[in-house]
Design a binder for this molecule. Structure first.
Ligand code: KIV
Length: 267
């Protein structure tokens, strides 16, 4: 069996100039496919609220749901680091709440690390998690759990004051002990500045090419929903069209009596 990629190994990749490659996954079947590809980390993101559950935002996702999907993914994964995402209001209330929720994602969900949104305001919780042996991935910029405060999914840090705040957030997370930081929805020059100002790897989504790694939502990059094509998403396959085509061929063959034929039947 291939050796598991660890959080310290992801952290060291920056010093070696190696890009970190991360994708999301939500079930064992996709996890197995990702496992057989050259990917460093798998994030069971609370984006499952959008792509699995059909919600408008990630806010309704519960800790129980995250634990369930993380455990499903863990059964299909042998090599990439498995990162479980802490959902809205499972860690912001207190350091104790963060410890219990992160602990459950590791213990019941079998995550190797957790991710949480927020910068300086989460530093105390991050420090405590790291102190008790839970590797933490930070997430700053356009943090989707704050979509209502931002007034929509808007690129962050175009104004000087907000840009300085994002830089300070990255520094605070690094000092608190995160092994990497997701930068989401930042102008390219700001993501570059943040990346140059911290020693832990930054993993970008909608943050330009200068981050130390990149992450995409698996369903987006495979174009399972062809109508969802924001500028930062690249379609590496046309899975949505392939699925509809397969379903239509099945439907025609059933209606014509061509399926099942002898080859797919028992005597
Ligand atoms: O929930 C998620 O999938 C994420 C990534 C987009 C970084 O947070």
């Amino acid at each position: 069996m291939a050796r598991r990629i660890t959080a310290p190994r992801i952290q060291r990749m920056k010093g070696k100039g190696k890009k970190v490659v991360m994708v999301t996954a939500y079930d064992a079947t996709f996890a197995r496919l990702v496992d057989s590809a050259d990917v460093d980390a798998v994030l069971v993101g609370d984006s499952l609220g959008n792509v699995i559950q059909g919600h408008e935002t990630t806010l309704p996702v519960t800790l129980e749901e995250m634990i369930y999907h993380t455990r499903c993914v863990s059964r299909g994964l042998t090599r990439p680091l498995l990162v479980g995402d802490l959902p809205f209001l499972s860690y912001q209330a207190s350091v104790e709440q963060a410890v219990i929720s992160a602990g459950r994602l590791m213990k019941e969900g079998r995550a190797n690390a957790v991710k949480l949104e927020g910068g300086a305001c989460m530093a105390k919780a991050v420090r405590r998690l790291v102190d008790i042996g839970i590797p933490v991935m930070g997430h700053i910029g356009l943090t989707p759990q704050s979509v209502h405060a931002f007034g929509g999914m808007k690129i962050q840090g175009r104004e000087d004051q907000r840009a300085e705040q994002i830089l300070a957030d990255a520094k605070a997370l690094e000092e608190a002990g995160v092994f990497s930081i997701v930068l989401e929805g930042l102008p390219t020059p700001l993501a570059k500045r943040v990346t140059e100002s911290v020693e832990v790897p930054t993993i970008g989504i909608s943050a330009g090419p200068h981050c130390d790694g990149q992450v995409l939502v698996l369903y987006d990059m495979l174009a399972l929903d062809e109508t969802f094509k924001p500028r930062f998403v690249k379609h590496y396959a046309s899975m949505g069209a392939t699925v509809v085509d397969a379903l239509n061929r099945f439907s025609s063959e059933v209606r014509e009596g061509a399926f099942p034929d002898e080859e797919h039947s028992f005597e």
